[in-house]
Design a protein around this ligand. Structure first.
Ligand SMILES: [Zn+2]
Length: 319
């Protein structure tokens, strides 16, 4: 929703507080007298002595004002009104007119904006009540935020995202970037996300991890390398994870394990060994302190082969 269009509206609270006259002056009652004749009460102008059975405050002013307002309110103009009283009556009627025009203008803008909102989103009227305190733009910001909250929640529900994904830094950064991009922003299509943007992210993470490993290496820290099989979207894979003390583990990559699994479900120790050897060579053997795998016979065999090749390595097969 574009809130800019509402920001130029003068808040109702400011308009209603504008008053150049006291209540007594606006009433103009002192210019009239009440008369009681034949048990009938009427009101009489003190200047021209014309009388009426009743006269509201606007008509009291109109009678004492000028030709324009006396015609507008269809009341006879006073012929003996003092100039000062006439000017005050005219000024107060102009103020009244301005107030009405401003209120009409604001009300029509509020109505049109409410109509726009309620057509795109079902929101209760009480949430947009224009009589509540605060400026109109503030109210629309609150309204837009309420809708945004519901849309975020709906996305989480309908796409089956975990609730705590909303607590992640990535989620926070996404919401912030979208709001800063402005109302014209549209999200990329899934093909862009799974293609170009995924490739960009992969390269960026790979570079960050390489810099991290380089820094740890310069500090003389050695990594513990572990590996296991996993299946992602029905694709059998072998993962390689490196871990430094008191640091989060980082992925060194995946190997396609299709052939490994196809050989009668029995893994080949040599294939496991070759995979690990390739990764150790990539990061540099001196940066690897230990290799930890599970204690399946094929894994233990691969570890033995590694220990022969790299004599400094601590190799462990754990349950
Ligand atoms: Zn009069």
């Amino acid at each position: 929703m574009n809130t800019n269009s509402t920001s130029t509206i003068t808040p109702i609270s400011e308009i209603t507080s504008v008053s150049l006259f006291s209540e007594e002056e606006l009433d103009f009652s002192k210019e009239y007298s009440l008369i009681n004749k034949d048990k009938k009460c009427s009101i009489k102008c003190n200047h021209c002595k014309n009388s009426w059975s009743s006269l509201n405050t606007t008509h009291k002013r109109a009678h004492l004002s000028d030709n324009v307002f006396s015609k507008l309110y269809k009341v006879k103009l006073c012929v003996n009104v003092p100039s000062k009283t006439s000017k005050a009556a005219v000024a107060s009627l102009k103020l009244l007119q301005d107030k009405r025009n401003s209120k009409d203008s604001i009300k029509s803008q509020v109505d049109s904006n409410l109509m726009h909102i309620t057509t795109v989103e079902s929101v209760t009227q009480s949430e947009f009540n224009p009589k509540r305190k605060g400026t109109i733009s503030e109210k629309f910001n609150v309204a837009a935020a309420t809708i945004a909250d519901r849309k975020v929640a709906n996305y989480i529900f309908s796409s089956k995202q975990s609730f705590n994904s909303c607590d992640s830094l990535a989620f926070y950064e996404m919401i912030r970037a979208v709001s800063e991009a402005g109302p014209g922003y549209t999200a990329p299509k899934s093909s862009i996300i799974s293609g170009k943007l995924l490739d960009e992210q992969y390269s960026a993470i790979k570079e960050t991890n390489a810099r991290f490993i380089e820094r740890e290496s310069q500090l003389g820290h050695g990594m513990t390398l572990s590996s296991d099989s996993c299946t992602i979207t029905k694709q059998p894979l072998t993962n390689y994870i490196c871990k430094y003390p008191n640091r989060q583990g980082i992925s060194l990559g995946y190997d396609d394990a299709t052939e490994l699994y196809q050989a009668g479900g029995i893994k080949d120790a040599n294939a496991v060994y070759e995979g690990l050897k390739t990764k150790i060579e990539e990061v540099g053997p001196s940066n690897v302190t230990a290799v930890v795998l599970d204690n399946a016979p094929v894994m233990l065999a691969a570890l033995t082969l590694l220990a022969v090749l790299y004599s400094h390595l601590i190799v462990l097969g754990i349950i």
